[in-house]
Design a protein around this ligand. Structure first.
Ligand SMILES: Cc1ncc(COP(=O)(O)O)c(C=O)c1O
Length: 386
């Protein structure tokens, strides 16, 4: 396990040129990830196709992702995106009975609400847990919604708009009491926060490799708790989801016994190369060490913003925050552009600027950002920074 963060930082060249606080949108590229993509390109140039090696890459990603989530490889499907995993799972659920309600929250990334609303044509009913007056959604807000008719509670771990982290153990307790399953969208957390799906008690989880997992776009995962696999037969399928991929049997659908049954067609080979290399770094540093480092830096950012009189909208409590610090602005797009001119890379959603932090960020990165925000107060803070 390595936690010399100064040395680790050197592996990400963009950090020498930019104050990069944008991992919640797309991670900084590590040299080793770039080398992995180049290794694939070398195969293409030198051999044309190298399928014997390529097929092992999908399995390497599965094994590494299982290690990150602290589960078995048989519980992981390697998918093209978080959305692909959600759709495959939804296709295995039956909404025709009395238990047909899906509970989502106001903090969801669109895909984890839209896909469930899309199931309304198959009999699903979707209800939303609303935010409370303080902007947070406590577990109690789910209490009146989760009942004996609830099939699934599908919730984000960290909200992509404001960085708030939901009380997953509290939500899981409510779901369990009523026999409902829980799906965790951990895309804005996994890689920067330890996501121990067994300890959290969730049944399913989705995410992808382009943010805190240090890989690339076009590859994601679906976790399905082993005990549930036999009863879930996806209607979305394909030849790579079959028990025997080589069978080429066109007379039947014989899904794999493992979570591979939620996959579909030929894997995105180049993305597997990048994802494997990214996951390797996460496992080398260790998710507990990463979480502690990210918390320290996000706390510094929260405190710094408070000091300049422009407090974040992200919850102040450490247990209600992941790697994102979100700050409300009069003109988030304008502020984003101003920061970019100072080589500070952030992102924005709605009225919020988002500083998203990984272990490779430094105290200097945070201080540079806070100092720049101080300079932008008069022009961009709601109320004019007075
Ligand atoms: C919380 C969350 N869920 C889901 C997604 C979308 O995932 P995908 O594009 O892989 O379907 C994102 C992307 O930013 C996200 O932040």
């Amino acid at each position: 396990m390595s936690s010399d963060f100064t040395a680790l930082r050197r592996r990400f060249p963009v950090l020498q040129r930019k104050t990069y606080l944008n991992s919640g949108s797309y991670c900084a590229l590590a040299e080793s990830v770039r080398a992995a993509i180049n290794a694939y390109m070398d195969d293409r140039v030198l051999m044309g196709a190298n399928w014997d090696v390529w097929v092992t890459k999908n399995e390497a990603v599965r094994a590494a992702m299982a290690e990150v989530l602290r589960v078995t490889p048989a519980e992981i499907a390697v998918t093209a995106s978080a959305s692909a995993g959600l759709n495959a799972l939804a296709s295995a659920l039956d909404f025709t009975g009395r238990r047909n309600k899906i509970v989502v929250s106001d903090f969801e990334f669109p895909t984890n609400a839209q896909i469930w609303h899309a199931q309304e044509q198959r009999g699903a009913r979707v209800v939303h847990a609303r935010r409370a007056a303080d902007g947070y959604i406590p577990a109690e807000s789910f209490a009146g919604l989760i009942d004996e008719e609830t099939l699934l509670v599908a919730v984000t771990y960290v909200c992509f708009r404001n960085g708030a982290k939901l009380d997953i153990p509290g939500i899981v307790r409510l779901a369990r009491a009523h026999g409902a399953r829980v799906l965790l969208d951990c895309y804005q957390a996994v890689g920067a926060v330890s996501v121990d799906v067994r300890a959290l008690g969730v049944d399913f989880a989705v995410g992808g490799m382009l943010k805190y997992l240090l890989g690339t776009a076009g590859i994601g995962f679906l976790y399905v708790r082993a005990e549930l696999l036999p009863q879930l037969i996806p209607a979305n399928s394909g030849w790579w989801a079959q028990e025997n991929i080589a069978a080429m049997d066109i007379t039947a659908n014989r899904p794999a016994a493992s979570a591979r049954r939620f996959e579909a067609g030929t894997p995105a080979v180049v993305n597997c190369y990048a994802a494997e290399a990214g996951l390797k770094i996460i496992l080398e540093v260790g998710t507990d060490a990463i979480e502690a480092r990210v918390r320290e830096l996000s706390r510094r950012c929260m405190d710094g913003l408070e000091e300049i009189g422009w407090a974040a909208v992200t919850p102040a409590r450490d247990d209600r925050r992941g790697p994102m610090v979100a700050i409300a602005s009069r003109d988030a797009a304008g502020l984003f552009a101003h920061l970019m001119q100072q080589d500070i890379v952030t992102s924005f959603r709605d009225a919020n600027i988002r500083a998203t932090i990984h272990f490779y960020n430094s105290e200097d990165d945070i201080d540079t950002f806070v100092a720049a925000m101080k300079g932008e107060r008069a022009a961009f803070q709601p109320g004019g920074g007075r």
